[in-house]
Each structure stands twice: as structure tokens, then as C-alpha cells.
Design a protein around this ligand. Sequence first.
Ligand code: IVH
Length: 772
Amino acid sequence: MSGSHNSRDQGQAGARPGPDIAQTDPAALTEDQASAELARLADLLARANAAYHHDDAPEISDADYDALKRRNAAVEARFPALKRPDSPSDQIGAAPAEGFGKVRHAQRMLSLSNAFEDSDIVEFDARIRRYLNLAPLDPLPFTAEPKIDGLSLSLLYEGGELTRAATRGDGETGENVTANARTIADIPPRLEGAPDRLEVRGEVYMSHADFAALNIRQAEAGAKTFANPRNAAAGSLRQLDSAITRSRPLKFFAYAWGVTSAPLAETQIGAIERLAAFGFQVNPLTRLCDGPEEMLDQYRRIEDQRATLGYDIDGVVYKVNRLDLQERLGFRATTPRWAIAHKFAAELAWTRLEAIDIQVGRTGALSPVARLHPVTVGGVVVSNATLHNEDYIAGRDSRGEVIRGGKDIRVGDWAQVYRAGDVIPKIADIDLSRRPEEAVPFSFPTTCPECGSDAVREPGDAIRRCAGGLICPAQAVEKLKHFVSRGAFDIEGLGARQVEQFYRDGWIAEPADIFTLQTRYGSGMQQVKNREGWGEKSADNLFAAIEEKRDIPLRRLIFALGLRHVGEVVSADLARHYRSWAALLEAVDQAAPAALRHRAADAAEEAERATAQSEGRRARIKPVRDAIWAEAPDIPPAARAAWEDLVGIDGIGATVAASLTASFAQSSERASIDALAAQLRIAQEAGPQDSDSPVAGKTVVFTGKLEKMTRDEAKARAESLGAKVSGSVSAKTDILVAGPGAGAKAKKAADLGVTTMDEDSWLALIGAGPAG
Ligand code: IVH
């Protein structure tokens, strides 16, 4: 298959015993050595599985994983009596994290958006000012504090008692680790004077000293060692036996909260002080700053102390201090607008580039990956780096501008690799003075390395794509992997590795097959039960997990289809707008003929630009586009209306709309989608009835200048009350909110008889006091 389970970095701390045995031919091992070697391999493979499935640790590449498995099988073949009861040969994938109950977070646990440059912080402040409509001199203080490199934990206190602790999980659902949290000294079992219901959030971490001592103890006991303190903390917290967690020196910093029955304070810093008063550890480097300059000063102070803190931090987090402003700013899909993480600079290392492989993704994109001689970058062994696309390899960015001083990347080159945070390693530079004489420019394939179909690069696209669609095994498998991934169907026990195996064995070729697996392998389910690694229980569990996911929220289904340009945010936008699968299908099908016209208009626009340039005149875009639409009497007005409604959804432009209509119109892709939908019960998107606001379910358009709040804020508020915000007025518009200077939209609304109101009436309608 396309080769890699995401090719993340490698970390192989604690490979025991020494390399001598690890390198010895299985036939030459003594019995004792073989037994030690089988233990080592079982440990490494279990760790790789856990890393792959539960994300606690760095991973190893597929090739290395397979090599370890082969070696294990070879040693077992030579010494059958030594085969372990937990032999990796008998397992596929990892057992799902069984044992912990699931906890649905009352408030999603979000992540932070990242900043890397000082200028990003200046822009962060400016962005918030724009959103809140603050003048440059209005005070806007922020807190600055270290970003702890551990794992986040939610602690629920009811009546002052700790009643539940949960990991972040996917942000919506985490694992119940209450018994383990109770063993951590920094976590008070009860709070004095706290709100009746209070969810405290913070980071579990391990100090450098405790980490080193733990690894020594582990090694002495012949148990697994950890690659870094964060993995050690995660592994220790997620122990099924809380006695083990108790023996691990975990620590906790509180820095945030979720649900509260009464406000903690009026400011972030005030809330942190209260958490400290309840007995939590709060980070002593937390400071209140009055703007970007002080924030950056604090960033440098923290960075200077980084090496001597005694625990890992990977940046500085800034948060708007006033909680009323935090509330107004609210959230984007997965990150708050009122906070940002300013990461420390990436770590760098030089190494040799040994090969360039091409991976084929679920949308057919050919992605080049650099295979590197393993090198340690910031404590993690790196052996792969992304190379993005053919232009990047050649030394140009997506706009054709020169990067790396125009140096291309060749097999055999010395490359400088960097990692920033958890991102996939990248190549920063190439050392031309060490380039081998025989190194030749990389020639990018024009056919798919997986299925041989043409690999085509469309004008304006940096990516070359395999045209094979679902006949390309790599695309089919990557689509399936995406389908079962976290934000999509997230079927317990059916991870990427299992999907790959089922695909290889011809059991599932497309998503619908997952839901017919049990019927097809039928009566006795013997086939699944009998296959390697699948005991009676795991097969039953798998089928139960699949059954559970027949009920699926609309937004997850849309996202799971893995269509180009349709990520989680767009999927949620579409689901909110159309609410039901049937409505979405109908609308997209209806819009399809207009999409073709849209593409024709794009082509005409491009031609007009080229002609205009060669003739040295200004391009006449609008008349050219209008002419294309006008000369298409074959397009029913309903199609154009459906298209305009689709591209009118805020956050959805012509690119997304074209991708949607094209995928739904392509016959084999559509057949696969319909077959899937037939297997499911698709839950309508929660909508108007869930909000009792008078604007719930209404389609609202804002136009003209808003004076009490910015456009972004108005939109976010309207949506939080269940309204749909659209960019254009149509017969479907319920309310036009028109500020001063409203023009064409107000006129169109009047023509269509759409209710029009000013900003104050709107605020009164939604029951908001004038903001600001
Ligand atoms: S605030 C709404 N403060 O970073 C976001 N997070 O990348 C609330 N983290 O999941 C998080 N130190 O696990 C916050 N001082 C700090 C933090 C911190 C570490 C982690 C946290 C979060 C992740 C986001």
C-alpha cells in the first residue's frame, strides 16, 4: 500500500538488550538470547502499536514495523518453545484502550492555535482589537504563561469533592481516569470555598529528574522505558492499575476551567489566583502584560529559563485577561479566539537524505517524502521529512518564487531538518558543498507509483494527482483510513492497520463494506474470529462497535467522505446549513449543472486575462463571466439558485462547492456514497429547535457598516443562536441587518420583501445589550 502510517518520527528509546543481539541472525542466537530478543521485540511492537493507536508516543515507520514483525516470526520459527503468550505474531493492531470508561466533556476541550514569530503576536493583538472594535489605545491586557509539554486533564468537583477526572481524548470524549488522578499529590481531593460545580483543567507532566529516575527503574526492572517526559506522563496516567500510577511521580499545573456553577473571577489572572487559593499548583511564571511588547518580553524571560525549569515547556500561552472579552471572542472550530500558543523556535539537525519516496493520499495527491539517515532533533529520532510537492523539491514555492536560495533537493544531499512542535519534520536547507558529484535532480513521476494511472497536474495546482480514483489501491485504502479516523466514524477496534489488512484481504473495498462485513462473513462469523489475531471477543467487539456507528451525525458523515477541500469545519458548515442528508444531496445535485458553468466561466476568465495581458489592456472579467452564464439557457434557474445558495454559505466558496458537486456527480464515487448512506441512520444536524432564540433557524445577512460589533462577532453570535449567516440576499433570506451605507443588498431585500432591520433592532431581537 502507500506505505506509511503517516510516517511520523521515530523514537526507539529503551531498545534492550544491546545492538549485538538485535543484529544477530536468528539462527545464531542461543536460547537465552532468543528469549531476551523475543521480549524486546514484543515490547517494541506493543509500543509501536500503542503509539499508532493511542498517540502517546512517537511511532516507527511501516517498514521498520514490518521488519520487527518479520524478525519476531523468524526467531519464533527457530525456537517455537519460546513463543510468548503475548506474541506479536498473534496480534493485529493494538487492543483499543479498553478498561477506561468514556467521559463526554460538558464543554469541549480545545486546542490552541500556534504562533512562531513575534509579528504573529502583534497580529494576534490587532486581530482581537479588530474583532472587538477596540481603538489602538484602548487597554487590552493579556496573561503570559509557559506552555507545559504534558497532557491535559479535566477535573470535575461537585460540592467541593473531586468526582471525576478525564483525559482530553478527541476533545469531545475522553477517558475516565478518576482513580489515577486521585493518586497525584498536586490534585486536591476536595476544595474549600469553590463553586458547587467546578471543572478545573490543566496539564499533567513529569519533571526531568523524575523522568530520568523512572527510566532507570524501568530499565533495571526489565520494563519499557519512555522516549521523553511527556510520553512517560501519558503512559503513567493511562494505567489500568492505579497502583502503578501512584508509583509514578506525576505533577499537575492548573491553568483553565470548563463548566462552573458560578464565575471564578472577572479576569484570567483572578481566576488563576482562585485556583491557587483552592490548593492547585499554578505556574509561577504567569504574568499580566499590557500588550505585545510586554508579552514578548515575558516570552524571552521564559525562554531564557527554559533549560533550568526542570520540566518541558514548548512555548508561551497568551490569554485575553478580561473574561467578559473572552466570552465575546468565543471560539473557532477547535481553538479559542482569545488565546494563542507562541512556540519556541524549531530544533535543527543535519543529516543525509537517502531516498525520496512518493506516497499517494486519499484524494490521489502524490506526496514526496524524504527518507533520512536517522538523526535526533530535539530529543526525537527523525527519519522522514515532508517534501510537499515537486516545486518544493525544485526550490520554488506555490507561487513560483524561489525558496532555499533556489537550491533543489537531491537524493544523497546533506539536509538540515527541523521540527516545530508536533509537526512533521521539514527540510530547512541543503548543503551544496557536500553534494555528491553523482547526485542528479529529482525527476518527479508522471504516473502513479501505486496503480500506474496518469498522475496529472491541473493548471494552478501545485499537486500532481493520480487519476485512478478508487481503482487506485492507495487512494482506496487512504479513503478507508480517513473514514475510520477520529473526526470521522472513529470505529473502536478498526484503526488504520486493521483497515489496511481487511482491504488487502479483499474483505472491504469501500466504506459501505464495513457495515456489511458481519452479514457477508455471516452466520458463524467464523472467518473473522478465526483469522490471525482476532479472538472471539475482539470480533464481537468489532461488530458491536460498527453497529454503534450506524447512527452517525450528519457533519461526521460529510467529513468522513474525505472529499477534497471538505474538512471538519466545512463539513460542520454544510451540516448546519442543510441539516439533513436528503437536503444536502438534493441541493448539491441540483447545483451540479451550474458548477460546470462556473468552471467554464473560470476558463473564460483565465483566457481573458491572458489575452488582455498580451494586448496590454485591462481584463474585462465581469462581462466575460456574465456572458458565459447568459449563454447557458440549458441551466435551469433552480440550478443556479442552488449553486448560489451553496456558495452563499459563509465559509464555503466556489472551490469547495465545485469539489462537492464534482464528487457527487462522478458515477463510481456516487455509487459508493449511496451504498454507504443506505447502511446508515444519519442524524439531522441539531438546529433551531435546540435554541429558543427567535432567530434560530433563520437565514440572516449582514450588510453595511455595523457599529456595535464587528461583522465577525455579529456572525459568530448569530450562529451561536442557531441562525444561518449567508453572504448574499436571496428568496431564502429571512432577515437583512443593514447598517449605514447598505446598498445593493438592501435594495434586493426590499424587492424580495425580506425583513430588514438596523443593528439596534437586531440586538434587541437577539436579546443582547449593545456590546462594547
Ligand atoms: S490553555 C482553550 N494553557 O496545550 C485552550 N493550554 O495546544 C485551553 N497547554 O490542550 C488551554 N500549557 O493541553 C493552556 N498554560 C497553558 C497550557 C496549555 C499546555 C496544552 C493543553 C492544550 C494544548 C493546546
